[in-house]
Design a protein around this ligand. Sequence first.
Ligand code: ZN
Length: 1188
Amino acid sequence: MIQYSLEDLQTILQLDSRYYGFLDLSDPKNSELKELIQRTITALQDEVAHSYSMNIIKQHDGKLVPTKSDQPISDGEHIKENSCNTQYQSKDFKWGMSNETSSNKSVAEIDEVDVNTYCKLGHLHLLMYEHSEALSAYQKYMRLCEKYWEDHAFLYGIGIVYFEFRCFKWSIKSLQELLYLNPHFTCANEAHLRLGLMLKANGEFRTALKHLQLALIDTSPSTFTDLQVKFQIAHLYEVQNKHKAAKESYEFILNNKNVSLDLKADIYRQLGWMYHCVECLGEKKERESNALLFLQKSIEADPKCGQSLYLLGRCYAGVNKVHDAFLAYRNSVEKSEGNADTWCSIGVLYQQQNQPTDALQAYICAVQLDKEHRSAWTNLGILYESCGQLRDAYACYSNAIKRISNKKIGNGQEGNKAVFSKSSTNGLTKGLAQRVKFLESQLSQAPLPSITSKRRQLCSIEEAWNLPISLEINSRQQQQSVQMQQRQFGKNPSVQGPPPPYPHSHGSQSNPLPAKRSKDDGEYSFLQQNQKNLNEQQDKLLHQLSAQNRQALKNSSSPGPTSSTSTSETISDRTNFGSEIISSDNIKEDTDANDLARIVSTVTDQKLKIRCQNISTKLSEDQGLNNYDGTNVSIKYESLTNCNDDTQNNFKDQKPKVEYDNDQESLPTFNIQMDSKQLLSAVKLLPVDEPPINFTITAKNAPPPAPPDCPPQRLTREQLLPPTPSVHLENKKNAFSPQLQEFCLKHPIAVVRGLAGALKLDLGLFSTKTLVEANPDHSVEVRTQVNQSPDENWDVSQAKRVWACISHRSHTTIAKYAQYQASSFQDSLKDEGDKGSAGSQVMSDSDSKDSVSNSNINLKRKRQKNGSKMLRFGTNVDLSDERKWKPQLSELQKLPAFARVISAANMLSHVGHVILGMNTVQLYMKVPGSRTPGHQENNNFCSININIGPGDCEWFAVPDAYWGGIHNLCEKNSISYLHGSWWPVLEDLYKENIPVYRFIQKPGDLVWVNAGCVHWVQSVGWCNNIAWNVGPLTARQYSLAIERYEWNKLQSFKSIVPMIHLSWNLARNIKVSDVKLFELIKMCLLQSLKNVFHLQEYVKSKGVEVRFNGRGKNEASHYCGQCEVEVFNVLFIREQEKRHVVHCLPCALKLSPSLQGIVCLEEYRLSELQQVYDSFTLYRTQGLGQAH
Ligand SMILES: [Zn+2]
């Protein structure tokens, strides 16, 4: 047992993850504290070890006493999936057996370690920067503690540790849960910053920007400066290719006189490299000199930055200053240990100088430092091929390809902003793949000996790999350089292993491929044949090769798993194999990583003082220490959690707060049986010293929302391809029968065939011809997509099946799109005609598409550089305006009520304002192959889709119960489920036991998409579709909508259906007889009323007046201008702003912790809400199901 003074104990009590980055234990001033922490860690470890050994002794005695730590993992899925975990499991407190029984406590008392011990250990290790120990302890805590999410400091701590290990997936999850549960968390700004950086690295730019801005507006103490966040925002522009915005933002920061030297170095480096790469920044000569200037300034500001030196070398090489380039590279190698990029570029320079042996050495350096370095492998391949050593070239190319396929494909697409993604990778992959095939056939045709017996110019890859330093390089190069290399190898002995193996199966048994080269590898063959006379252009190409997609050595050497966490390469999107531009992606990851480290480690003295004061001010207090027995206190956590500390300090939430409405004795409970008066008096008992944190509108005490596991039942192949529920309508009576609605509500998706005929709907009103006549200038959003067959989705180069869907957004008018639609049809007729004359038969739609892509005529079509045919999809045409589209909209009145755009039984008709495309009609204009990527409808509402024709559409759909499975597959493919654009690979779904409906929608067919059904659609022929959403008044629809509302909140994704506002309107407008639906709505009202009242009490306690503002008729519901959550009834607006932006309370408090300068407006009087709440009761009918 360890002895603590009361002061020490108080101090230890205080310490948790929130001090991370603020408390500098390396500072001599804190040496006592450091010693105390170390002592405590030892004590806690002893406690754990002791308990462990006691349990083993017990088990030896034959008394199998289950202890907490032996219980099955409570969150098994989470842990198992977490690749990070396995690495550390072995360290999980295996202190070995200690036979000392040092205490006089009874055995029963000691055999269980309080789970909070693990959490505390995690915190203390974290503060000591002992990250792996911290992770191990935190994970133990998470496994053992059933409601780990209630401890917010824990969520923050483990989020930080995952972040440090670049385990982004899990870090994002923890920090999102934290901010969802407690947006007022003391270190919310730190969490937002890290989320911003990680999402940026993952290519989720919109959400990243949101988080960075939330970090920026926050006035509470932070480990980073405003300028550092602004730098990250500027960089966010840069990685989205918004070069001008990025440049302006960088320059804006430079103009600030407070900019630190480090930040200056970073900005100059970014600017310099942008000048080098980005054509739109001026004329080439000027750009090159600017690039050199800025990079030199960067090096001036931070002479130790190897990265800047490396880039400087690249720029020199770009302007053919070979000597300067070498010098810069050399300096870079000196400054930054083991940079594979630099060695790769050195290799390129040698290769250009016609020094193949030196080039070989340099490349070998690169691939030994980073076995995943694709560019170096590729360049090595080119080098070998140029020397006629095909077998070695083949091995290197194969390695390069392997490296690519190991890597993830970034999604690059985000929200509505579509960008081309990874085309560089794809183009390169394709070139390489063709190269490999070519060599394969060469090697298979020529017997091996004849190749190998030729006199070789270079030593083989195996020999080169095993030679640490070549004699030639030794003799030719300056001594210094050699020393550098030796140092490289000396310091990285682990990187030398066996050479990457030769692929075994080359050529021998595979079918010999035609030796003729396809057109696309022309670039390559040219390069390899003319290797010795590279001009600047080609040199650039080589540079480009080397610039792409490397794996940072940092990643490969970091202890965390790298596959899902690497920041590299998800960002860049520009280069095409063989094109001009060199992407700047190779500096991005470093920027992220370094800046981050820098940001996080920057601690201003002042801030440190503020936070650390908490500890010292605590010392005078003396409360709640039940276990305090004079001088010695043994640490037991149950006592500590009860300790009341209401001392003034900076931490808004001293202890992780549990929801107010849980069943703690001291706090009131809430339930839907309460009337509004009871509710209000219960809220009065809630504390107002802290801002209310629980904004959820679902039931209390639930864990944070998460995608569900797929149903466990194993499906047969037939069950994976279920028949699509469909009905055929004969007449109007069929269409209006209640059975039809029932049928639809019963299935995840349903096709109602022959609907238009049965109802005599005039589909011609939606034909392109009529639309053009009605409103030719009406706006159409256009998606430019790659034409592909419906069950396949290839990357741009057609080299690989992927999930990421690429499309480019633009705008046009109905008339112009109509022209395109018609000419595309004419073209295809012509194609068929040509084919017909060549003697082939008339093809069906899908067949003809295949043959078209093989025909020569196709070459005349608009093609992408790499050969895929592009098409334009006219989407989201807004038909909401009744004056413009009267005949069309009134025709839709003929539909049965459950399918109508507006109806009393449709929840969306009760929103009270327009939600474009949801409670209004949207039109889609298609040519064959137009794709609507996979999605669930907004807030899981149902949707109605009618095909106008003349062509068909093909649908794919997955029942809502499986959305979690698809979500995980998206994650695996590095695409955001909510924000990204994806087209599932069917085989991936079947492998995961996910069933898929697949069917054709003919003209006049209505497709009913039930709540939550995941679906994706592709047009087979030329056609138009109309679609909108409906919300049947069912418990299922309502609860799925609420579920998604909460999930969106956690994901920082805007819910375009304002569910709280809608729920109040539903309570006003309808009578509900369905018990379940009633309870769900009532629960939402209860939570919302409670929050509104609690919020107002809090605001008043801050001395801010709540002003009644009222609501305009049909006024749209409000969303926070910062974080985009729905803001109901209590709006916060900044006084001096000209534009009145609504804020939620957490964002208002970020801007102004005291709420000074913030106006608080009320939309409904409390009495009105009370009245609505009280009069919303279950409607009792005489056995009639649904109420209206
Ligand atoms: Zn907000």
